[in-house]
Write a protein that binds this ligand. Structure first.
Ligand SMILES: [Zn+2]
Length: 239
């Protein structure tokens, strides 16, 4: 019979979309863009801090740009000085789990441990608990929304991803340039999961290319918390 097979295929596609799509709110509230009323773009960097993060911080300073760093607790434990430097330069630190394990198929207790351990590691090193969370590989799972609610964390995804783990700087810059618009949230990486001394030349090269262009176009670069509207009735939230 074709009909049950089609229904099964559709259910699987819907489940995959719910778990993986940056804009899916089926598994809980998600922020994937900011207000479209101002010429602002939020730059976000995942998987740090790493030994390569300070070079990125210098580059951002040279453009008076602020960014949001979704850090792994294990990397913060390894490089606490870099984590503190991110905060000291006015950027935002956010939670990207403790060990960057994918959350799918994980138990509620395991998801909670990943989130809570990272939260206390980051708060212990920087003095402030994060307000935002992004799951590894962008994958959500049932139970995550409740854990985030308990930890007072908002889930933040993106409107455009640079694919900087596989593209050269020119390719990353082209993707971001094409996606530049008021309210965009760009996802890049200043680390590679828990890898020591990760290679992020493509990321830094792309940021170096796009920042002057976007600056000439009148864009400013706040942190995500500065960027998103705090009123729940805003169209920033997709519930
Ligand atoms: Zn990641």
């Amino acid at each position: 019979m074709i009909w049950p097979a089609l229904a099964t295929t559709s259910a699987a596609a819907l489940a995959a979309w719910a778990v993986r799509s940056p804009r899916s709110s089926l598994l809980g509230p998600v922020v994937w863009q900011g207000p479209q009323t101002k010429r602002q773009i939020a730059l976000t960097f995942d998987d740090g801090p790493s030994e390569s993060t300070p070079a990125l911080l210098d580059l951002l300073d040279s453009h008076a740009a602020k960014a949001t760093f979704f850090v792994c607790g294990a990397n913060v434990r390894r490089l606490p000085g870099v984590a503190r430097e991110i905060a000291a330069r006015g950027h935002e630190l956010a939670n990207h789990t403790m060990t960057h394990q994918p959350l799918y198929l994980k138990s509620h207790a395991a998801i909670q441990r990943e989130v809570v351990d990272a939260q206390s590691e980051i708060a212990g090193v920087t003095g402030a608990p994060p307000k935002l969370f992004r799951p590894p590989f962008g994958c959500r799972w049932p139970g995550l929304a409740g854990v985030l609610r308990q930890a007072d964390l908002r889930l933040v995804m993106w409107s455009a991803i640079g694919c900087d783990w596989r593209l050269p700087a020119s390719g990353v810059a082209a993707r971001l340039q094409a996606a530049a618009r008021p309210g965009a949230i760009f996802c890049l990486h200043d680390g590679r999961e828990l890898t020591l001394q990760p290679e992020i030349a493509a990321t830094i090269g792309a940021v170096r290319v796009i920042m002057p262009r976007l600056g000439q176009d009148g864009f400013r670069f706040p942190t995500v918390s500065e960027f998103i509207c705090p009123t729940p009735s805003s169209n920033v939230l997709s519930r």
